[in-house]
Structures are given as structure tokens and as C-alpha cells.
Design a protein around this ligand. Structure first.
Ligand SMILES: C[S@@+](CC[C@H](N)C(=O)[O-])C[C@H]1O[C@@H](n2cnc3c(N)ncnc32)[C@H](O)[C@@H]1O
Length: 230
């Protein structure tokens, strides 16, 4: 049985580029490894844009609204379900990008299965240079921006590729989930962390040949740049 284990650690805002690059590669490898489990263990809707495993979807929340005729970029599209939903709902063009080739393979498989035309591209969200300025009306991202090493850079790039008055709709886990999820899943209060600590999470998935680790950066790094960028 596959176990998901989180370890908390203090912030590691490394300035050492080599280390960041190494971690990026590790994240990419981790998601390549995780695709089968992630896609096999979740039932992500192809009808309702999803905001996460325990959250209501777009049909209930109505945050994105009408996408008819829009050019849309999804960042960290994973298995592509949200991109497919938006295209089915009338978007003019949808591009889903992800760093993981295996996630993208799953996305292409799903799009073909439901007969929806979405372009899925391997790309690091921190470098959107393959897209011109003012290319998109809307950028969406569900539980992916929290893997960015340099969120400011991601947001600057989003700002560049968005059309004037374009929108970003993004979501990450609620801080309480990060603080309590591990405790509740393992019934172990020694895993409780301080809500106000700016910790990063290291996720390791047991059951693989080697434990593959993805770094999930603490929410504190996201709240401030997101607020600052309005
Ligand atoms: C938790 S999954 C979410 C996938 C999808 N949005 C969903 O809701 O099912 C996070 C995704 O972000 C991708 N990701 C992480 N860092 C990335 C980066 N720097 N550039 C592009 N994609 C990245 C991972 O490969 C993974 O597919």
C-alpha cells in the first residue's frame, strides 16, 4: 500500500542556483514517477473545473465564469482535466503546460479519449518565453504554483503573457491543511506545526524503488507576492 508522508522542514530559500536547479530536476522526476499513482488514485472531473480534492468545483463556485471564445493557459496542468473542461465549455484555445512528461502523456491520452483539442506542452512555469506578450485572456492554475521556486518570476511572466485586463485564477492548499492534514492523516499530533512558521514541505512517496521527493513550498511564500501583485 502506497503511503504518503510529509516531513516538515524550516524554510530553505536557497540562493545557490545549482541547488535550485537540482531541486527542480528532482521535482520533475518526482512528478514523472507519481503520475500513475496520482491519476490512478484521483477521480478528477472532466465536466467540472476542479479546485482540489476537498473543494467544490467551478460549477458550484463560479469563479472563472464564462470562458466562451477565450484564449486560456493552464499552468501545471497535470493530467489536463481542467484544460479539457475549459475547452469543452467553449474556450477558443487552451494550452496546458507542465514540467512532467508523464503527466502530459496522460493529458494527451484523456484529450484524445474525449475528442477535445487542447495543446499540452512541456514547459517550466518560471520560463514562459515560448509565449508572446499579451497572448491569453485567462491563466488558470490549480495546486501547481506552490511548486515554483521563484513565484515572483512566475507572476511576472503571467503578467507579460496576459492581455490587458486578463485574469489569473489560481488556488493552492489552505494553510490549515498544511498544518493539520499530516496530523489527521497519521493520527499523530507530534506532526503538528506552527501555522505562522514559513516552512516548506518535503513530500516523499514510499513504495517506489527509491523514495522520490517533491518539494512543496510553504504557503507564506505565496500569500505575499500574490497580494503584492494584486
Ligand atoms: C498537484 S499537481 C496538480 C495538477 C493539476 N493542476 C491538478 O489539479 O490535477 C502539480 C503539477 O504541477 C506540475 N509542476 C510542478 N512544478 C512545475 C513547474 N515548475 N513548471 C510546470 N509544472 C510544474 C507538476 O508536474 C504537477 O503535474
Amino acid at each position: 500500500m502506497l503511503a504518503l508522508k510529509q516531513k516538515k522542514k524550516k524554510p530553505c530559500y536557497s540562493e545557490i542556483v545549482g541547488l535550485v536547479e537540482m531541486s527542480k530536476k528532482r521535482n520533475e522526476d518526482a512528478w514523472d514517477k507519481l503520475t500513475e499513482h496520482y491519476q490512478g488514485s484521483r477521480r478528477i472531473s472532466l465536466e467540472n473545473y476542479h479546485y482540489g480534492a476537498y473543494a467544490p468545483g467551478e460549477n458550484e463556485l463560479g469563479i472563472i465564469g464564462d470562458v466562451d471564445g477565450l484564449d486560456i493557459l493552464e499552468i501545471g496542468c497535470g493530467g489536463g482535466q481542467n484544460s479539457i473542461v475549459l475547452k469543452k465549455q467553449g474556450a477558443r484555445r487552451v494550452i496546458g503546460l507542465d514540467q512532467s512528461e508523464n503527466q502530459l502523456k496522460h493529458a494527451r491520452y484523456l484529450a484524445e479519449r474525449v475528442g477535445t483539442e487542447v495543446q499540452f506542452i512541456k514547459c517550466d512555469m518560471e520560463d514562459l518565453t515560448i509565449f508572446g506578450n499579451t497572448s491569453f485572456d485567462l491563466i488558470v492554475s490549480s495546486h501547481a504554483m506552490n511548486y515554483a521556486f521563484d513565484l515572483d518570476r512566475v507572476l511576472r511572466e503571467c503578467n507579460r503573457v496576459l492581455k490587458p485586463r486578463g485574469r489569473i485564477v489560481t488556488c493552492i492548499s489552505h494553510p490549515l491543511w498544511i498544518v493539520l492534514g499530516d496530523v489527521l492523516e497519521n493520527d499523530d499530533f507530534s506532526r503538528l506545526v506552527n501555522y505562522f512558521d514559513g516552512f516548506d514541505d518535503i513530500w516523499d512517496w514510499e513504495g517506489y524503488e527509491q523514495q522520490k521527493i517533491a518539494t512543496f513550498h510553504g504557503f507564506h511564500r505565496y500569500i505575499f507576492p500574490l497580494n503584492a501583485s494584486s
